[in-house]
Ligand binder design. Structure first.
Ligand SMILES: *Cc1c(COP(=O)(O)O)cnc(C)c1O
Ligand code: SF4
Length: 341
């Protein structure tokens, strides 16, 4: 149930689910029957980066289980406040690659459009934790300038909706933007990087499909699912709708200690993605952002983990292990350690 209503979560619209997310540590602990000693450090960590968990995501956690892999991603903990050498405020240097308001153009042929600064969930490991892009949208004049930028550079063949989370924008905005981009002849593809359908599967509606799939542009959606437990029945249904509309579905995950660093977790995630027609694309090693040090896995362990996945899964269900490095021309692949036990 959503607090303040008696409706079951499944039948509530996404805007309401977004607006009624849990943002208070005490409520989260109560709902999950967790120890109140977590409250004080939780509140301290929230002063740096607020708590935010939508109800449909909370519903997939197991009450009383502090090590629940979904809970670990959202629970503010005291460890976030411990300084860790090398974990800094802006590890990707993104504050300096804004070509225009709303645009991040770092790689050849493709650019990010920051369609919405908001997110439906606050992931504790996110590099965004220190500069949530202003939650207000671009002005219409700034949107026109962003479109001019794309129009003026014929090397741009792919536009990537990003954020925050681009699907926090409403369908009317997305429809308008998609149609305008489709008018630019050298743009061949549209991509959407989003975690919203994972945390609120109700975000996927006929109106969203129309907003994104109504033009000549082929659409790829890159979901962000870190653990098999996130891929429940509701998300499976949403994925099926997205594929039915003709989208290519990919997934990116972040490798996180205590969440998905065991071989069995990664295999279960890949298998479940595969069951639902979603291909694993990237497995990112953690950005070294201040406050996320307790999620860190060292590179050697990461390379061996993916090496073991290769021996257990079809090649197309093994993600590419990558790191984002400021100033490089693409994501940087990590060499895999193939271990044959
Ligand atoms: C990750 C990223 C992309 C997309 O890179 P792909 O390797 O094509 O998935 C594009 N622009 C920026 C700034 C990125 O961070
Ligand atoms: S940008 Fe993605 S990873 Fe970061 S808080 Fe938003 S949904 Fe989570």
């Amino acid at each position: 149930m959503i607090h303040g209503t008696s409706a079951p979560v499944e039948s509530v619209d996404w805007q309401t689910l977004l607006a009624t997310s849990i943002t208070d540590v005490r409520t989260l602990l109560e709902r999950l029957e967790l120890d109140t000693t977590l409250l004080e450090p939780g509140l301290a960590a929230c002063a740096e980066f607020p708590l935010r968990v939508p109800e449909p995501y909370l519903a997939r956690m197991q009450p009383g289980e502090l090590n629940d892999p979904l809970l670990r991603q959202v629970l503010p903990v005291g460890e976030e406040l411990q300084e860790q050498p090398g974990f800094i405020l802006d590890p990707l240097g993104e504050q300096h690659s804004n070509a225009r308001p709303g645009i991040i153009h770092k790689y050849h042929g493709r650019l990010l459009l920051i369609v919405s600064g908001g997110c439906a969930i606050n992931c504790r490991y996110c590099f965004r934790r220190h500069f949530p892009y202003a939650d207000n949208n671009l002005s219409s004049q700034e949107w026109e300038q962003a479109l001019d930028y794309i129009r003026a550079d014929s090397s741009i063949s792919e536009v990537i909706y990003s954020g925050g989370d681009p699907l926090a924008a409403n369908d009317k905005r997305l429809h308008w933007l998609t149609r305008r981009i489709a008018e630019i002849p050298h743009v061949r593809r549209l991509r959407v990087h989003t975690r919203l359908p994972v945390v609120i599967p109700q975000r996927v509606t006929d109106s969203l499909l129309e907003a994104l799939c109504d033009t000549r542009l082929p659409v790829t959606m890159v979901l962000h699912c870190n653990h098999a437990n996130e891929l429940d029945q509701a998300l499976a249904g949403a994925a099926s709708q997205l594929r039915g509309a003709g989208m290519l579905l990919l997934n990116q995950a972040v490798l996180l200690k205590g969440v998905n660093d065991r071989l069995e977790d990664q295999i279960a995630l890949s298998e479940r993605l595969g069951d639902n027609g979603i291909l694993p694309y990237y497995l990112h090693v953690l950005d070294h952002v201040r406050g996320a040090g307790h999620f860190h896995i060292d590179d050697q362990q990461a390379k061996e983990l993916v090496g073991r996945m290769l021996t257990r899964l079809p090649g197309f269900l093994v993600p590419k292990l990558v790191r984002e490095v400021a100033g490089r021309a693409s994501k940087v692949p990590l060499p895999i350690e193939l271990l044959e036990d």
